[in-house]
Each structure stands twice: as structure tokens, then as C-alpha cells.
Design a protein around this ligand. Sequence first.
Ligand code: TAP
Length: 469
Amino acid sequence: MRDYLKFYIDGQWVDPIAPKTADVINPATEEVSGRISLGSPADVDKAVAAARRAFATWSETSAKERLEVLEAIQAEYLRREQELGEAITEEMGAPISLGCGFHTMLGKGHLQTAIEVLRDFKFEEQRGPTLIRKEPIGVCGLITPWNWPMNQTCVKIFPALAAGCTMILKPPQLAPYSAHILAEILDTAGVPAGVFNMVQGSGSVIGTALSTHQDVDMISFTGSEPVGVQITKDAADTIKRVGLELGGKSAWIILDDAELANNVAGATAGMMGNSGQTCSAGSRLLVPNSRMEDAVKAATEAANGVSVGDPKGNFAMGPVVSKSQYNIIQEYIQKGLDEGAQLIAGGLGRPEGLDKGWYVKPTVFVGNNDMVIAREEIFGPVLVIIGYDDIDDAVAISNDSNFGLGGYVSGTDVEAARNIARRMRTGAIWVNGGFDFHAPFGGYKRSGNGREWGEFGFHEYLEVKSIIG
Ligand code: TAP
């Protein structure tokens, strides 16, 4: 049992002003795995005051001083990486190989990237008669989701620290453990008091207190579209900057010249990774109508081949994060059946033999782009295959979405695939795979307005000043 009842404010582990706790449930067992405290606006006031005090000195530190702090954090992160991975598995159900693998690797990668960018970042440049300065925006509220907990926190905290900002982190109630350990890491590494603060609690209380706070200069939010809308409204009265990283319904286009079976199998297995709880997942798989039969065969085999089970065991997929997420996904699967999509793998209910824990069957439908299951973000292991006639049709289907976060193109002619990527209205497109910590990541349309990762992630936390003459 983990009892993570204290908040991290002004360099100290402190009790909440008004004690109140909540149980944290392990999604693989449905049992209580620990407790956290639920904070109040008074805790937020305390944390914001500490961050404001610390801003006066942290914003004046040199890049070299901040680099030393980031390097100290890196040493401590590496020392506790395994613990972080185990906490992620316990809180949100990622298989241990993923929790201690890609999940923690993403946090580590954002830290290393912040170090690399800070080494060369130009905070001042002369353009003609004007000196352009990039200055830290101030006190930042960081509000994060549970699905890739280390990725989401680290992609905010490290650029914000590197830029010279101070901050208050509000982690998700569903996945609070890894954030708590990360706060311990920052504490041990010697981050100066007040620069980083963490208050746990519910979004409607802590998140709202941050979004509406007079003395918070910026909110960086990753999460769902409705909450992004609410935060934008809450922040409006104080004209604070709001960076939004929201949901997606990304298209994966398999081109006619692509090797079909392997690409379809890879896209299907990819969709099931992290139990489908990935904002940029390729949840609409677009295949040429002329090759639909082969695509169906490959997708069915791939989905049926995804092993599901105890995240502490050797399985490809664990449970989804919570009962409520399980129920939402079941409703979408039912909706797909009701609207006449063809179910080719998975379906309603838990996989055979798994009676406890929030396990979902890796599910694949063949449908069309007007169906609810093709339009709304399901955030579970549910793939929709959609046929297209030609390239123009594929691009039109891909762009016919309220979202615009990710995209994928698989094809042998890489230049042709890139030309299609150029036509897709979405923030990041992977052509035949690839990975880059320096590639900006963020959404078009209702997927948000921010750009995180690499150097672009720094700009989120900077003001631009002109000194002319
Ligand atoms: P949300 O329900 O939006 O929660 C995200 C965070 O916001 C949580 O910490 C939540 O607190 C908090 N929150 C809730 N209501 C709030 C309010 N009124 N004011 C301020 N904060 C509030 O999302 P989720 O279910 O955790 O995550 C899934 C969603 O995130 C999906 O839509 C997914 O696509 C999106 N996502 C996007 C990205 C990127 S980079 N675009 C990455 C990951 C996930 P609680 O602790 O109370 O829940």
C-alpha cells in the first residue's frame, strides 16, 4: 500500500491544509493500492505564493546554473527509473515491460532533450536595431492526464525549468504515484525551494484553482477536449496563456504500393499498445478498397494475436485505467455494433479467463468515416478500418475529423508518402515509422493549440520582448 498523503510545496513535504483522502485503485485487480490527499484551493494558494517567490531568483539564474540542476535531476531519475516504471504499472495498468520501458524512457528522453536544447538555446538575439529577448513567462500551472504519466509531466516540467519558470504540478488522481516519485526526484536533486511544487487532488478543485488564479501566468494542459474548453474559459478572466494538448482520431493511411499484411498488422498491434490509451494512436486505419479483404485478414490475425493479461506478467496489453474508462469503451463497442460496423476481432466484454480487472478485448471494426466510432475518440483498444478509392479520397477521409493530432502514412515511395503527409491537417505525421524527441508535437483543430517536445516546447514557456534602439 502506498500512502502518498503529503504535497510538495516550497521545498518541503507538507500536509494538506484540510485533510481529505482518496483511494487509488489498481486497474488490474480492482483493489485499493494506496491513498493520496485531495487538496483544496488554499493549498494551491500556498503553492502559487511559493512559486511566485521563487520566480524572482530562478528566472534570473543563468542557463549554466539551470543545466546543472537538470543534470542533477537526470542522475536521480536514472537511479529511480525502475521504481517509476513499477509505479506506472500499478497506477494505470501498463504492462511492466512498457512501464519500465517506453513509459519511463519518454520521461528520460524529454529530460535529455531539455538539456540539449538549453545548451544551445539563444535567449537573446539582435535583429537590426532590435534586441529580442526570450524571458520565462512566470508561474505555470501544469495539469496532466494518466495515460502516459511520465511523458506528460516530463514534457512540461523540464522545458519549463529550463526556460526559468516556476510551477505547480496537478497530477491525475488516477495515476498519482509516478508524479509523487518524480517530485521526490526533484527534491533530492536539489531543485531550489518553490521552483517546483506539486498539489494532488481533483481537477475540478485544484485544476480550477490554478486556471482561475490571479497569480498564475500560464496553464499547460494535456487531457480531454471538454476539460480543455473549460480551462480556456476559466483562464479567460486573467488573460493567462493556455497551452492545450487534447485528443485525437488519427488516420493511418496504407498506400497502394505498401507491403500490406505487415503494415496492417503493425498498425493494429500499435493501436492496442498502452490499451489504446494514446492520444496520437492511429485509430482510423485507411486501406485501399481494392485490398480490403487482405487487410481484414491481417488485422484480425494481429488483433487476435495480442496477448492480454496481468500487467506484471508477460503480456502485450494490460487493463484500461479504470471502471469508468472500461464502461465508456464498452459503450463505444456497442455503438459500433448498433450502427452496423462489421466486427472482425474482439467485441464486448472481457477477454476469456479475465474476470477481474478492467481488461478489454483488442477490437477491430470495418466501418465508414461517418460512424460515431470513427468520429469520436474512444481512448481504448478499438480500431476502425475504412476503405478508400484513391489518394484524394484517403486524404479527404483523413482530414474529415474534428481532431488533428497525429497521422501515419505507410508506402514504398517515400516522397509520395511525404506529399500525402503535407496534405494532412494534423500536427505530426509519421512516414513509415520513426521517432524524434526534437520533433514538435501538438494538435490542429480540436486537438489543441500547443507545441511540446524539443525546442518548440521551450517557446510555450517564454515571453518575447523587444528592446529597440
Ligand atoms: P481529463 O479528464 O481531461 O483530465 C486531464 C487532467 O485534467 C486531470 O489531471 C484532471 O484531473 C484534470 N481536470 C479535470 N477537470 C478539470 C477542470 N475543470 N479544470 C482543470 N483541470 C481539470 O483527461 P484524461 O481522461 O485524464 O486523459 C485522457 C484525454 O487526454 C484524452 O482525450 C487524450 O486524448 C488526451 N491526451 C492528449 C494528449 C496530447 S499530447 N494531446 C496526451 C495524452 C492524453 P482529475 O485528476 O480529477 O482527473
